[in-house]
Each structure stands twice: as C-alpha cells, then as structure tokens.
Design a protein around this ligand. Sequence first.
Ligand code: DOR
Length: 450
Amino acid sequence: MTEALLIRGRLFDPGQGLDRVGDLLIEGGKIAWLGEPGLAPKPDVPVLEAQRLIVCPGFIDLHCHLREPGQEDKETIASGTQAAARGGFTTVCAMPNTQPPLDSGAAVDYVLKRATQEGAVRVLPIGCITRGRKGEELAELGELAQAGAVAFSDDGNSVADPRLLRNALEYSRSFGLPVIEHCEDASLSKDGVMNEGWTSARLGLRGIPPAAEETVVARDIALAELTGARLHLAHLTTAGSVELVRRAKEKGLPITAEVTPHHLTLTEERVMGAEWGWLGRVPPRHQPLNSCAYDTSAKVNPPLRTPADVLALNRGLQDGTIDAIATDHAPHRLVDKLCEFDLAAFGISGLETALAALLALVHIGELKLETLIEALTYGPARILGRDTQTGLREGAPADITIFDPEAQWVVDPQAFASKGKNTPLAGYTLRGKVMATIVDGRLVYKDDSL
Ligand code: DOR
C-alpha cells in the first residue's frame, strides 16, 4: 500500500456531478481528502502531477475471461489483471468458463487465492449457474455464494432449459446475487460465425440472426418477471434487444444490461478487414497482416452487428436502458485465430483498448464523457451492490483511474500485457490513454510518460 499520495488533476466523477481541477489525498488505501488545489491537509507527501489529465473512479469490468484455471496458455490471473491495470480497470469480474469451470466453492476459492497472490487488481469471481456449465442441473449456488462468487453465469452459453433458469433465478434471490445470462438460442445460432445479413451473404459465411439473441432476451425477461429475481443481460448487440430491455424497465422489472466496447464501435463489416466497420471516423493505420478479408480478429460471439444496431446500443446507453459497459475480454492464442474463419475462436482481447476505443465516440460527439465514465464505474458498481464504495469521496477505497483523453497511440498487440493479442484494433491510431491506475491506494500501473 502506498503510504500517502497527493494527486493533482481534473477530478471527474459523474456520480457526484464533480468536474473541477483539484487535489486528492490518498492515505491508508482510502481517499482521505479532496478539495481546492494547494489546500491539502498534508502537503509534504509524494505528488502525482496529473494536471491535464482526468482523475476518475476506477473502472469496473463486469465481464472478462481470465482463463485460469486450465487455459493458462491463453491468459493467467497475473497477465489478465496486468492488462486490466493498463486499461484503467481496478476491479474485474472473472467469468467461470475456465477448465474446470468455476462451479464449486473450491474453484471460486482457488481464483480468489491466486488473485491475492498474483493479481494486479481486484478480482471478483463469477460462479456457474449449472454444474460444469452443461445446462443440466444447478450448481451449488449457496456454496458458490459463500465462497465469494458475486454473480452466477454460464457465459459462453445460455441456460437453454427455462425451468432450470427459473430455479436459478429463485435461488439467486435468496443470496441477493444477480444471474448473468449470455443470451443465445443455440439452435438459431448453430454453425453461425458472424451476423446474418447482407455482409454474411456476400462473404459466404453462415450467419447468426438477431433473433438468436432476442428470443432469449424476451424469454429471460419473462422469467425475471415471474421470479422477481435480479437478471443481468450480458453483451447485448441488437436494436431489438435494447427495445425489449427498455420495455421491461418501463414495467419496473429488476433487469440490467451491458454492452461491450467492440459492439459500440465496430460493425459487421469489420470482418472484411481493418479499413472496414470502425465508427471512430479517424482512419485507421492498419498493418497489412490484419487487413485480409475474413479477418478472424473480428470474430466474436455475439457477433458485430449493423450500424443501426450500434446506434441503438449507443442510444440505449444514453437513455439508461443499458446500465454498464463491460469488455468481454476474451484472450486467445495466435493459433486459435490464425486459421480459417469458420474454425477460429470467438473473442476479442479488450481490456487494454476499451477506454481509447470508447473515447473515439466521445471525440466524434456520439457519446458524452460523463455517460462513458458512469457506464464504466457506477453502472457496474450498482449491479454488484458496490456503489457506496465507488467514487471520488472521502472515506471511499482509493480505486482511481487517471487518463489523458487526448494522447494518441498506435495499438500494438505485441505490447499488450495480456497474452491475448487478438484485437481488431491492431495498428489503429486511437486518442486517449490510461496514464495511471490505483487500487486500494496502490499504484498498480503508471505510463512511462507520467
Ligand atoms: O466471443 C466470445 N468469447 N464470446 C463468449 O461468449 C465467450 C468468449 C470466450 O470465452 O472466448
């Protein structure tokens, strides 16, 4: 723990309507004081000069894949949390599609122990809904909750059996934890590799229709209404899904939803190569290797969709239908992606590009900075029941992200801390860079230029 540290910068906290130049003092892992420049009660402490930088609450990622245990060649808790720190994330929720899956108290305990030993940032494990993620019988939800799971999910798959999901929702209520659903009807998406539509037809690739997601979203909303349980919908991608959630929220149902940075900034056309499908409007400088047609770095599940869907996701974020932005960081090995499109793994390594990609939307006037920061901080914190521990306020844990909204950099996956180099943004020039990340008062990442 850093003993004491004074940060001078632009203090930005949308949850408190705070946006002013000031000083922030960290002591004993907590925010001890914040106020006018030069008035800190303890002036003789090390100073982090962040004058032209934004100092905001630490980002929280509701959805990432750390791959440990079992797939340490793709990622480890050490490498994944270092990537998180570089991306400005102070807390990450680890999805349970590991090998073995996190379906027992012992498995959750293992992740927490590894995170204590090796983690650069806070790791909150998510337990499985069903044993082995097989969708056949419920996991021991009580045991998972007791071990420290913060939610339940079979991410990667939906729970196909509605009765089983109903039971999971009913049990989850008694633990006060949300169920996180990956919404995909496997029979509708079967063998699909990208969004179904004009682009998939042109490329001759099998498509995944929006209805594969929307039918499950509609079913799950009905089950949330039936049980009164907290249901969180992961990585929504279609205009139809946003509309279903909007209507559910109007009815007062306890539904929350997330969207990923890639679904907010890229369209299905990105599959055709690096110069396609990027909505940031700054022309990417692509590396030739990544500009082939059928670019597997853009293969992700759920798939990148159409411009109309992207617009609807953005609107949903702005009007509060979508509660949070989550990375769905899904690291893979080179061999998992360097192959035929049909055979390539689904997933994007997203922790280290999330902020800069999203800031492109702010720079072109499509998203407000406060909406973006809210969706990376208070939005996920509320879903986890941690909003009272979030924010730039005295007494709160010193979880802080410092970034330069203007600094330009070229995305070089080889420089990632993540073992997953699989990004569709390789070679893109992005504007906005994380400069420092502080967890519980500890400086866990600092850019060389700071
Ligand atoms: O693209 C994806 N990759 N979507 C998922 O739901 C799972 C993830 C993974 O684990 O690789």
